[in-house]
Design a protein around this ligand. Sequence first.
Ligand SMILES: Cc1cc2nc3c(=O)[nH]c(=O)nc-3n(C[C@H](O)[C@H](O)[C@H](O)COP(=O)(O)OP(=O)(O)OC[C@H]3O[C@@H](n4cnc5c(N)ncnc54)[C@H](O)[C@@H]3O)c2cc1C
Length: 423
Amino acid sequence: MAGVEDIRGKTIAVIGGGPGGSATAIRLMRLSRDRDLGVRVVLFEGKNFDRHHNQCVGVLSPPSEEILRNGLGVELPYEIIKRQIYGYRLHAGGKEILLVGPHNSNATYTVRRAMFDGHLLSCSEREGVEVYRSRVTGIDFPKGERKQVFLYTEGGMLKADAVVGAFGLDDGMVDIFETATGGRYSRPSKFVQTYIVKIHAEPSFIEKKLGSIIYAYLFPPGIPNLEFGAITPKGDHIIVNVAGADAAVEDIYAFLSLDIVREHLPEVSIDAQEVYRGKFPGAPAEGVVGDHYLTVGDATGWLRPFKGKGINMAIETGILAAETMMEHGISVASFRRYEEAARPLRDDYAYGTWMRHLCKLGEVAGTLGTVLSMAKVDQRIHDALFNAVSGHDSFKSIFKEYAKPSVLVDVVRNYLMERRRRK
Ligand SMILES: Cc1cc2nc3c(=O)[nH]c(=O)nc-3n(C[C@H](O)[C@H](O)[C@H](O)COP(=O)(O)OP(=O)(O)OC[C@H]3O[C@@H](n4cnc5c(N)ncnc54)[C@H](O)[C@@H]3O)c2cc1C
C-alpha cells in the first residue's frame, strides 16, 4: 500500500505528447480513476498536430493494435490507416527476396503519423489529462525546503511532484533536461541520421509498382554512408527513407537515383523533392531515471538498432512507467523498478546491435546475398528474415532460434559454392 499512498493526490507532469507521453498519461489517468487515487496528470506538447508532425515513416508494427487496445483502451480510427502491409521485398548483397508472414500473423499498417499523434493526444484529454499546447522552457528540481519540481512553460508554470520526460530527441529539451538534472540524465551518445522524402503518386501507380509491400534495402550499393533504405507505399504517396550513422542529405539523393529504387517511383525531378531530416538513438541514454523524474520512449535511447518499432517502444515504456508509479509510487527506488522491468527491451537492444554488426560484416564478406538465396528454399531462414525485418519477433529470440552453428556452417558452405560457380 505504501506505493499507492505515495502517489495519492500527487501531480505528475509529462513533457511531450508523442506516443510515449500520451501512453504514460492515459495509463496513469485510467489507473488513478480505477483506484480512486485523485492523481493530477498535466501534459505539455509544443506541436499542433494539425500543422506539425513528428518525424516518421508511419509504419505501425504488431502488436501495436493489441497494446493500444489492452493497455490504453484506444482503438485506431479507420481514417488514420492508409494501407495494410503484407510483406517486405528485401534487397541485400545484390540479391532480393519477398518475405511474407503467415496468414494468421498480426497486421502491419501504414498510418498518417500526425493524425495518430493527434488521436492519442485527444484520447488523453478525454481520459481527463490536462493537456497544454506549449513548450516547457525550463525546470528546477527540488532543492532544500522546496519539495516540488517547478516547470516553466511558454504559457505559465507548474509545480509537480514528479516529471515524465517524453520529449523524444528534441535537442532543445534534451539540453534543458541535462542541465536541470545536473548531468545525471545524459542523451544517447550515438545517433543514426535519417532523411525522408515524400513523393505524391496516383493510387493506381502505387498498386502497380509497389502494392502493399515495403521495399527494404540493406547497405544500398555504391552509397557507403547508408546502412538502410526503404520505399513505403501509403494512400496517395510513397515515403522513401534512408538511414546511417554518417548519412548526409546527398545520400538520399544518391539513393533516389539508383535504378533499383527509381523503377518503383513515378517520374519526378529528384532535385525538386523536399527532404526531412531526423535521427534515431544509436545508444542508450544515461540516467534514464533519477530523483523526481523518469524518461520514456526515444528519450531513453532504448530503441532497437536497425529496425525501429519506435512507436511501440514508446507506448510500451509509457505504460510500464505508469503502472510502476501506480504500484510503487514516485520514489527513485520505484523508478529503478521501472528501469529493471524494461530490461527485456534493453536486452533486445544488445541483440539488435549484434545483428547490425553481423549484417555489416556479412555485406563486406558478401554472405548477406547468400543468406537471401538460402531463404528462398529454407523456410526457417525465410521466417527468421521476415521476423527480423517486420519486427514480428525480438532479435533475441530470432538469434536463439536460428543463429545455430549448423546454420552458420551452411551459410559459409553455400557462399563458397556460389563463389566457385561465379569464377
Ligand atoms: C525518419 C524516421 C522514421 C521513423 N519511422 C518509424 C516508423 O515507421 N514506425 C515506428 O514505429 N517508428 C518510427 N520511427 C521512430 C519513432 O518516430 C519514435 O521512436 C517515436 O516517435 C518515439 O516516441 P516518443 O513519444 O518517445 O517521442 P516523439 O514521438 O519524438 O515525441 C516527443 C514529443 O515531445 C514534444 N516535445 C519535445 N520537447 C518539448 C518541450 N520542451 N515541451 C513540450 N513538448 C515537447 C515534441 O513536440 C514531440 O511531440 C521513425 C523515426 C525517424 C527519425
